[in-house]
Design a binder for this molecule. Sequence first.
Ligand code: C5P
Length: 219
Amino acid sequence: SKSLSLIGKTVLVTAGPTYEPIDPVRFIGNHSSGKMGYDIANELARLGAEVILVSGPTNQKVKDKRVKVISIMSAMEMYTVCHDYFEQVDAVIAAAAVADYRPRHIANQKIKKNTEEFVIEMDKNPDILASLGAIKKEQFLIGFALETENEIEHAKQKITKKNLDLIVLNSLNDKGAGFGKPTNKVTFIDKDFNIQPMELKSKEDVAKDIVQKIVEHYE
Ligand code: C5P
């Protein structure tokens, strides 16, 4: 039936920010609330999917026992968990705001304010989604893109570079869309570069639209 159309499917979702440790009490993070990823996870479970939600630190809650939450802090931890589960999943939706860089050294003790200047050397984190795209077999891969210029062109490049089946482009130019807002305006671009602009909607309804793309793929 329509209401349980994802029974038998397992979907991995990444959500939230990552925290990149500096010392035992400090980190570099970002303002991702995790809401989009949790809304997606809840909607997948509502349609009968088994969901593995790999989540950075958030205040969000899951509504369904079909969602297995695996809490991580850093991008490197998220990378390891995603690769541990990848072989057994049918689809991935990468909604996490993964930190691009991590501090090169993590101090064992709290760093003292003994100097007037403090420099943190950083190393680039792996692109988790691209690393899954590089080894994917039958898995259906969905990523997000948030661009400030040449949105469509950059999003298309990401589809190719990360070997995605679909990208969800967040339109920052529309008011009501983006970080910390209850609503979102997205454009879907598929791997054949078909472009589908959507209306401004609640994040719950955007989550439904995204999950429908997986339902359609298996129809
Ligand atoms: O390249 P960019 O960061 O714009 O790509 C965003 C997409 O890639 C999102 O789906 C995000 O979850 C994913 N991503 C990732 N690992 C990274 C960076 C981004 O999985 N290190």
